[in-house]
Write a protein that binds this ligand. Structure first.
Ligand code: DAH
Length: 348
């Protein structure tokens, strides 16, 4: 039996030495060491041996098994290494080849405009805040003095998601949110730029558009009068639309301000002489604004006897269109690269 085991060992070693690939190696493992393998069947015949011989043969079989297993795993590592090397070789990248030209994008004109506007307001001590686009009826209307059934709601035909939730029709919704967050006790100076939605669609109206809400609240004697509002809008217009801009306040109506105004700026194309852009009037409507209504202050925790302020709301997309002479609001939202490329300000 000893001789038989030695023979198996010699044969196995030779076969393992000469094996051609991983698959054949696995077959060899089964052939010699598997459940029905040659070495295992020797063990099965051990019943016929004497009690003295059994441990001797047993330990011989074990040592041959160990030796073969070691050889096989060594061979296995060798094959795996060869395979890995082949793979590495085939996947080699020539880093000296010139790369494909990648096209870099550019900032959207709306982003260019808001960056400038934010810088301006931050320099005047404002914070920039954002509110949710999916807003409640409460913040979008009720807390802005537009109770249910108020006729002024009709001007803002809306996308309701449920009876209570809608896509906000105006960034003015941020007013009550900010006032509540300040707990009725701190002054406020914010702008809130963001997306807004209404059911309208033509060359000057897109169902998705964008506004910038401005709100300033302070103790009544602290620079929050109509004159301060006018000064603020003047700075805004002169920075964004032309340094010779003049303003014209026309009385208007908004439920959350009293008095309310629509504010025109001298036409930045003709300088006020009259041209097709301003429909020969010399003026272009840019802002809606007013003095915050006492009801709005009260509903959000500010005592209107003590506190007051002003609010304003230019269209972010309108300002962008004016600034860059863009004729159709839909250019801003359809993402045509031929249009967007014109705003590429990268260095050559
Ligand atoms: N949110 C109003 C609208 O979309 C515009 C507006 C009017 C904003 C008066 C204001 C304001 O802050 O004071 O029609």
């Amino acid at each position: 039996m000893k001789a038989q085991i030695e023979q198996i060992k010699i044969n196995a070693k030779e076969e393992i030495q000469n094996v051609a690939n991983l698959k054949d190696l696995v077959d060899l493992k089964v052939k010699y060491l598997g459940k029905k393998g040659e070495l295992t069947s020797v063990l099965r015949g051990m019943g016929a041996l004497s009690a003295e011989e059994r441990p001797v043969i047993g330990s011989l079989v074990n040592s041959v098994r160990d030796e073969l297993e070691a050889l096989i795993s060594e061979k296995e590592t060798e094959f795996k290494q060869i395979e890995l090397n082949k793979k590495l070789e085939s996947e080699k990248i020539d880093i000296t080849l010139p790369s494909k030209k990648t096209v870099r994008g550019s900032k959207h004109p709306m982003s260019l405009a808001i960056e400038e506007i934010e810088d301006l307001f931050v320099s005047m001590g404002y914070d920039v805040v954002s509110g949710p686009e999916l807003e409640s009826d409460e913040y979008c209307f009720k807390k802005l003095n537009l109770p249910e059934g108020h006729p002024a709601r009709d001007m803002q035909d809306s996308f309701y998601i449920t009876n209570e939730m809608l896509l906000r029709t105006q960034t003015s919704a941020a007013q009550a949110r900010v006032m509540e967050a300040k707990g009725g006790k701190e002054p406020i100076r914010i702008i809130c730029p963001g997306k807004t939605y209404r059911r309208e669609d033509d060359a000057t109206h897109s169902p998705q558009f964008a506004q910038i809400e401005g709100l300033v609240i302070d103790k009544k004697d602290k620079n929050v009068s109509l004159a301060d509002l006018k000064g603020t809008l003047e700075v805004f217009a002169r920075k964004m639309l032309g340094e010779n801009s003049e303003l014209r306040f026309r009385p208007s109506y908004f439920p959350f301000t009293e008095p309310s105004y629509e504010v025109d700026v001298t036409c930045f194309k003709c300088g006020g002489k009259g041209c097709p852009l301003c429909k020969k009037t010399g003026w272009i409507e840019v802002f809606a604004a007013g003095i915050v209504h006492p009801n709005v202050l009260r509903m959000s925790g500010y005592d209107p006897e003590e506190w007051g302020g002003f609010a304003f709301g230019p269209g972010w997309d309108r300002i962008t269109m004016f600034k860059y002479a863009i004729p159709d609001v839909r250019y801003l939202y359809t993402n045509d690269v031929r249009f967007l490329k014109q705003f590429d300000r990268q260095e050559a």
